[in-house]
Design a protein around this ligand. Structure first.
Ligand code: BF8
Ligand code: SF4
Length: 675
C-alpha cells in the first residue's frame, strides 16, 4: 500500500514495520528456554499454538496494523488508501486521523471496562461480605481497610470493620455510576494537586467509570466527534476511569485477602509436578483463584487418597500474580505460552476467570486429559466445563473444581508428562506497603526518602515500572528481559507487574543472584544497603526487580510515583520515573498507557499500537502529550534502543530538576513548574 506517513518524528521506532518480524514463518519466537523446549515438542507432535497462528497470520493487514481501517458503521470497512482524493477518506468523509483516534480511544474504553468491571466485582463481594450476606469472604486486612477509608475521606471512628467496609465499598460503587459532576473519589484521593489541576483544566477527570466509557462509545459513533484531539482527550478520560477501577480492585482485594508481603517461590513450567494434581489458575480475578488456593490446603488428603503426592497450584497471567503475591503460589508461565503449559500433559485442570485467556487453550486440552474450567458468566469457551462461580458459593465451587482436577489426575496416572525441568527462584510480594517497610529499615520516619535521596545523590538513576503483556510481534519475553537488563546496568530501580514481571520471574531476574549479575554499581550498592538493613525479615536478599502484582496493581506503582513527587516537592512530570510495556498487546495496556502519560510519566511501548496511520495522532501521543501532561509515549520496538531512550528520559528529568532547583535558589523564587 502507498505509505504517506511522515517518518521524521523523533521517536519513530528505529526498526521499520517490514523488518520487525524478521522471519515470519519461524514459530520459535521465544527466549524462554522452557517455552522453546515445548515448542520443539509441539513441532514433533504437530500441536498448534499461538506461535504457529502468529506465523500463519503474516503478513497482517497493514490498514488494520496502522489503525486506518474503520468498522464503526457497516457501510465500512473503510480504509485510508491514499493521501489525496476519494481514497483518503472513509465513506462518511472521516479523515485518517479521525479513524485512528476513534479506534485507539475505543481500545482505551475497552481496557477501562475490563479493569473496572473486575473492580466492581470485588466491591460487590466486599459489600456483601460485610453485610453478612456471604459467608465465604470477610474483611481480612482491617488496617488496610482503615488506611483506604481515611484516604478516601471516610471517618473510621467508632466503626466496626464491617460497618467501615460497607461504607468503603459503597463509596467505591458510587465511582461507577455517579450522575453528578464531582470527579471519581478513588482518582481524586490518590493523585497530586498538580494532576488535579491539570485534569480539571483539560476536562479529563471522569465523574464515574461507566459514564466515561458510555460517553466514549457515543463520542466515537459514526457522525459524532471528528476532532482527533477531542477524541484522544475523551480517551484519556476513560484511561483515568481505568486508573480508578484498578485502584479500587487493588485496595479492596487487599482488604478481602490481605496486603501482600514478601514471599519466596518459583517460576516457569518446571513448577508443574508429574506426581501431583496440577491445578493452574489463569485469568485476573482473585475472588475465585484465592478461594481455590485457600481450599486446596484442606483437600490435600483427598488428592493423596487418589494416589497423588498432593495438590500443586500454579498460576498464569494476573490471577496467577494475585495468588503469587498473597500466597506465594508459583508462576507456571505468562500470556504467550499459556497453551504450552497444557502441552506438558501435566495440567489436570486449568481454571480460568476473565481476560487474556486464549480460546486456543480449549483446543489444545482436547489432545490431553486436561479439563478447562470456565467460571464467569461473561467468559465461556465452547466445549469447556463451566462451574458457575458466584460469591455465595465460592468455597463449594472451589471444592468442585479441585475434585474435578483429582478425577482428571486419576485418568492421567501412568501416562508420561513432558515437563521442562526449568524454573527459577522468585522473591515477590512487594505491595507498596511492603516496599516502604523495606525502606523504613533505613529511614523509619520517611521511608520514601530512601529512594528519592538515592536518586538525588546519583546512586540510582530513577525508577522504571515494567508492565503489560506478551505480543508475539516481539520474540516472547525478549523485550522484557533485554530492557530490564539494560536499565539495571544503568542503575535504574525496577518495579514490575503483570506478564512483564512474570517474564523476569521465569528468567531468574526476581532472584537475589540477578542483582550481582546485572545491576550497575550504584544500584548494586543501593540494593545491598537495603538488603542488609532487612536481613532479619528477608534473609535471602532482594530481587533485581520488585514485583508489585497484577495489572490492576499498577495502581501500587502509581502511588509510589505520587509519593516520590510529594517527597521531592514537585509534580509527577519532574519525577525521574518511567514506565515501559515492552510487549504490550491488550486494550487494558492501551488504557494503562494513556493513564500513565496523563499522570506525567514517559511511557515506552515496545510493540506498535495501531496508530501509525496518522502522523497527527502519532504526534499527539509522542510530543503534544508531553507539552500538555508532561508524560508522553516512546514507541520503540528495538529493546536496546528503547532502554537508551528510557535512560535518557530519566537523566533528562534529573538534569532539568537540578537546573530548576539551582535557578530557584539563585533568584530566591519558587521552583519552576514547567517541564
Ligand atoms: O492484565 S499483562 S497479557 S495478563 S493484559 Fe493480560 Fe497483558 Fe498479561 Fe494481566 Ni495485563
Ligand atoms: Fe466508513 Fe465512516 Fe462508517 Fe467508519 S464510520 S466505516 S469511515 S462510513
Amino acid at each position: 500500500m502507498p505509505r504517506f506517513r511522515e517518518t521524521t518524528l523523533k521517536s519513530t521506532p528505529s526498526v521499520p514495520r517490514k523488518e520487525r518480524i524478521k522471519d515470519p514463518k519461524n514459530v520459535m519466537r521465544s527466549v524462554d528456554p522452557a517455552a522453546l523446549l515445548m515448542l520443539e515438542k509441539a513441532k514433533e507432535k504437530n500441536l498448534l499454538s499461538a506461535y504457529d497462528r502468529f506465523a500463519a497470520q503474516q503478513p497482517q493487514c497493514a490498514f488494520g496494523y496502522e489503525g486506518i481501517c474503520c468498522r464503526i458503521c457497516f457501510q465500512g470497512p473503510c480504509r485510508i488508501k491514499s493521501e489525496e482524493g476519494p481514497g483518503s477518506k472513509g465513506i462518511c468523509g472521516a479523515h485518517g486521523y479521525t479513524i485512528v483516534s476513534r479506534n485507539v480511544a475505543r481500545m482505551m474504553a475497552g481496557g477501562a471496562s475490563a479493569h473496572s468491571d473486575h473492580g466492581r466485582h470485588i466491591a460487590h463481594a466486599l459489600l456483601h461480605a460485610a453485610e453478612g450476606k456471604i459467608a465465604d469472604y470477610k474483611v481480612t486486612d482491617v488496617e488496610k481497610l482503615k488506611r483506604v477509608a481515611e484516604r478516601v475521606g471516610i471517618s473510621t471512628e467508632g466503626k466496626t470493620a464491617n460497618e467501615l467496609a460497607i461504607e468503603v465499598s459503597q463509596a467505591a460503587l458510587e465511582d461507577f455510576g455517579r450522575q453528578t459532576d464531582e470527579p471519581c473519589t478513588w482518582l481524586w484521593s490518590y493523585i497530586t494537586e498538580g494532576r488535579k489541576k491539570k485534569f480539571e483544566d483539560c476536562n479529563i477527570a471522569p465523574t464515574s467509570i461507566d459514564r466515561a466509557v458510555v460517553a466514549m462509545m457515543h463520542q466515537t459513533h459514526i457522525g459524532v466527534d471528528a476532532d482527533p484531539v477531542n477524541i484522544i482527550f475523551g480517551g484519556l478520560k476513560t484511561s483515568l476511569a481505568d486508573y480508578t477501577g484498578m485502584h479500587i480492585s487493588t485496595d479492596l482485594s487487599d482488604v478481602l485477602f490481605g496486603t501482600p508481603k514478601p514471599v519466596i517461590t518459583e517460576a516457569n513450567l518446571g513448577v508443574l509436578k508429574a506426581d501431583k494434581v496440577n491445578i493452574v489458575v489463569h485469568g485476573h480475578n482473585p475472588l475465585l483463584s484465592q478461594t481455590v488456593v485457600n481450599v486446596a490446603k484442606e483437600m490435600e488428603a483427598e488428592a493423596k487418597a487418589a494416589g497423588a503426592a498432593g495438590i500443586q497450584l500454579s498460576g498464569i497471567c494476573c490471577t496467577g500474580n494475585e495468588v503469587l503475591m498473597r500466597s506465594g503460589v508459583p508462576i507456571a508461565t505468562n500470556f504467550a505460552s499459556q497453551e504450552l503449559a497444557i502441552m506438558t500433559g501435566a495440567v489436570d485442570v486449568m481454571v480460568v476467570d476473565v481476560q487474556c485467556i486464549m480460546p486456543g487453550v480449549r483446543a489444545i486440552s482436547e489432545c490431553f486429559h486436561t479439563k478447562i474450567v470456565t467460571t464467569m458468566d461473561n467468559s465461556k469457551i465452547p466445549g469447556s466445563y463451566h462451574y458457575a462461580f458466584d460469591e455465595h458459593h465460592a468455597v463449594e465451587s472451589a471444592k468442585g473444581i479441585i475434585r474435578l482436577a483429582i478425577e482428571a489426575f486419576k485418568t492421567r496416572k501412568g501416562k508420561t508428562c513432558e515437563i521442562p525441568q526449568i524454573k527459577n527462584k522468585v522473591i515477590a510480594g512487594f505491595s507498596l506497603e511492603a516496599l516502604l517497610e523495606l525502606f523504613a529499615a533505613l529511614n523509619p520516619e520517611t521511608p520514601i526518602k530512601v529512594l528519592t535521596d538515592a536518586i538525588e545523590a546519583g546512586e540510582i538513576a530513577g525508577v522504571a515500572l515494567f508492565a503489560g503483556c506478551n505480543n508475539l510481534e516481539a520474540p516472547h519475553d525478549n523485550n522484557h528481559l533485554t530492557i530490564a537488563k539494560e536499565l539495571a546496568k544503568n542503575n535504574v530501580f525496577l518495579v514490575g507487574t503483570g506478564c512483564s514481571a512474570q517474564a523476569l520471574a521465569k528468567a531468574g531476574l526476581l532472584a537475589p543472584e540477578a542483582v550481582e549479575e546485572y545491576a550497575g554499581e550504584g544500584l548494586k550498592s543501593f540494593l545491598k544497603k537495603l538488603a542488609d538493613a532487612n536481613k532479619d525479615k528477608l534473609a535471602d536478599g532482594l530481587p533485581l526487580m520488585f514485583h508489585m502484582g497484577s495489572c490492576v496493581d499498577n495502581s501500587r506503582a502509581h502511588d509510589l510515583c505520587t509519593m516520590m513527587a510529594e517527597q521531592m516537592g514537585v509534580d509527577i512530570p519532574k519525577v525521574p520515573f518511567v514506565a515501559t510495556a515492552p510487549e504490550a498487546m491488550s486494550e487494558k495496556a492501551v488504557s494503562i498507557g494513556g493513564g500513565a502519560v496523563a499522570m506525567g510519566i514517559p511511557t515506552h511501548v515496545g510493540t506498535m499500537p495501531p496508530i501509525e496511520g496518522s502522523s497527527l495522532v502519532y504526534g499527539i501521543a509522542t510530543q503534544i502529550a508531553s507539552d500538555v501532561y508532561g508524560g508522553y509515549f516512546i514507541f520503540e520496538t528495538d529493546p536496546v534502543a528503547a532502554a537508551t531512550k528510557l535512560t535518557a528520559a530519566l537523566d533528562y528529568r534529573t538534569w532539568k530538576l537540578g537546573i530548576h532547583k539551582k535557578t530557584a535558589e539563585r533568584y530566591e523564587t519558587k521552583l519552576c513548574e514547567n517541564y
